[in-house]
Ligand binder design. Structure first.
Ligand code: NAD
Length: 483
């Protein structure tokens, strides 16, 4: 079986302990490959390599860094098919979505190859004729980058790229549960010719490698995507060193369907955002609020469209939905459904595993639509991270707004309406980092993405992420006598 090695100080590295971990395919629980399993000492080696490499890398110009990032993007695109297949086999998502993830990750490298050149400073008006003030931004040091299993390449790429473009050196830790495609991606990027120690990747558990990356005084920034509970723990530890932090955490995104919405379009958009990647998306639709007057029509459309989705092995090009990532995710989904039905919810579609031999060894589950939901149910308060579309009805827009904001999360929100005033009023009042009006994807490279409330701190993508890997410095220059 192929064993993927770590990347430390410019070399492919086995773990010091010699341990490896086998990664299994969620479609049939068969082994896909193994990885060298690092521990705290391996993380330390990588951090030390990144620390040594930092002064030299920080001195390179954004143009030099940009060239390497663009070359990395080309190398990723050359290996896109191979990396996408690994992603499907370790995570479960259909191959066409896996390809999209890899190509999008190459785009992250290209985007920051250019954006890095736009690190403009400021000349601040001076309060004195005898002094001038400049404000510049400089790379902040070693960045620790920790990512989850649901978009293991994309989420890594949107951290690595701004960090490297800013002039930081990086130690990345992909999820120990889906590390293969991330490993292949990092290898491809590294082949562009980054100096040793600039880009390091260590495999291992959050408890070992993740904690070392957060607790070591060497890392000056931690960029983390994952569960809110883990983010809080990381935040507490990072605070001891006053480390810079980016936290991209859980979500519970509301999807509002107003009385005047185009119902067919809304149902289609809702279906994709609720069920793609089996609902294991941070900006997945988690709570649907539909106006009374259109609720029946919307539910019918949603059920009809969901019935056309094909479930199976993601390597099959006909498939729309693969298995869930793990038995734990599937069990949590079942628990949330059972809690909701006990409290009065009605299942309109799904609610159980699909039948048939081809589903027997994978973590399959039918996309599930529920009606008659209310806020006493766990699904409306916690993140299910499964293929569920729970519906609740409203009669006024004020009521819908109150329900949508009644959450400790604030990552994304969606509104479907044909009225511009309604759309803008909602957009301004929804407590979320991104709002999609009449569409289901509010994430673009050039706009900031991140969460309000317990969904996170700081912003990824756009120029915001570049600046998040930099420290700001004010330089005050004293002038001598007049000329
Ligand atoms: P997780 O928190 O269990 O793990 C995420 C990463 O953190 C993994 O690499 C893990 O090994 C590491 N880790 C775990 N404990 C750690 C610790 N104590 N110290 C340091 N590192 C540690 O999350 P997950 O189950 O992999 O991912 C699913 C979660 O991620 C969901 O809650 C989802 O909403 C969230 N997510 C958020 C976004 C976003 O952009 N806001 C995007 C994708 C996923």
């Amino acid at each position: 079986m192929t064993c993927f090695k770590m990347l430390i100080d410019g070399q492919a590295a086995e773990s010091l302990s010699g341990k490896t971990a086998v990664i299994y395919n969620p479609v049939n629980q068969e082994p896909v490959a193994e990885v060298s399993l690092g521990g705290r000492e391996d993380a330390t080696l990588a951090l030390e390599a990144a620390e040594r490499a930092f002064p030299g890398w920080a001195e390179t110009s954004p143009w030099e860094r940009g060239k390497l990032l663009s070359r990395g993007a080309d190398l990723v695109r050359e290996r896109a098919e191979e990396i996408a297949r690994l992603l499907t086999m370790e995570q479960g998502k259909p191959l066409r979505y896996a390809r999209r993830e890899i190509v999008g990750s190459a785009e992250a490298l290209d985007y920051y190859a250019e954006e890095g050149k736009r690190n403009f400073g400021e000349i601040v008006p001076s309060s004195s004729r005898k002094a001038r003030s400049l404000v510049i931004r400089q790379p902040l040091g070693v960045a620790a980058v920790i990512s989850p299993w649901n978009y293991p390449v994309d989420l890594l790429a949107w951290k690595l790229a701004p960090a490297l473009a800013a002039g930081c050196t990086v130690v990345a830790k992909p999820s120990s549960r889906a590390p293969l495609a991330a490993n292949a991606f990092a290898e491809a990027v590294a082949e562009a010719g980054f100096p040793p120690g600039v880009l390091n990747l260590v495999h291992g558990s959050g408890r070992e490698v993740g904690r070392e990356l957060v607790e070591s005084p060497i890392s000056r920034k931690v960029s983390f995507t994952g569960e809110t509970a883990t983010g809080k723990e990381i935040g507490e530890k990072a605070a001891r060193f006053v480390k810079r932090l980016s936290l991209e955490l859980g979500g519970s995104s509301p999807f509002l369907v107003c009385e005047d919405a185009r119902i067919g379009e809304a149902a289609e958009a809702c279906m994709y955002r609720a069920f793609s990647n089996m609902g294991q998306i941070c900006i997945s639709v988690n709570r649907i609020y539909v106006h009374d007057a259109v609720a029946e029509e919307f539910a019918d459309e949603l059920v009809k469209k969901t019935g056309t989705l094909r479930i199976g092995d993601g390597l099959d090009p006909e498939v729309d939905l693969g298995p869930m990532f793990s038995e734990a995710q599937r069990q949590k989904t079942k628990d949330h459904i059972s809690d909701a039905t006990k409290k009065g919810a009605e299942i309109l579609y799904g609610g159980l595993e699909p039948e048939g031999e081809k589903y027997s060894r994978g973590f399959f589950f039918l996309p599930t639509i529920l009606d008659k939901m209310d806020h006493s149910m766990r699904m409306m308060r916690e993140e299910t991270f499964g293929p569920v579309a729970p519906m609740m009805r409203f009669s006024t827009n004020q009521e819908a707004l109150k329900l949508a904001n009644d959450s400790r999360y604030g990552l994304a929100a969606y509104v479907f309406t044909e009225d511009m005033t309604t759309a803008l009023r909602f957009a301004e009042r929804l407590e979320a980092g991104s709002v999609g009006i009449n569409l289901n994807n509010p994430i673009v490279p050039q706009a900031p993405f991140g969460g309000w409330k317990e969904s996170g701190l700081s912003r990824e993508r756009s120029r915001s992420a570049l600046y998040d890997y930099m420290e700001t410095k004010h330089i005050r220059i004293g002038l001598r006598e007049e000329i």
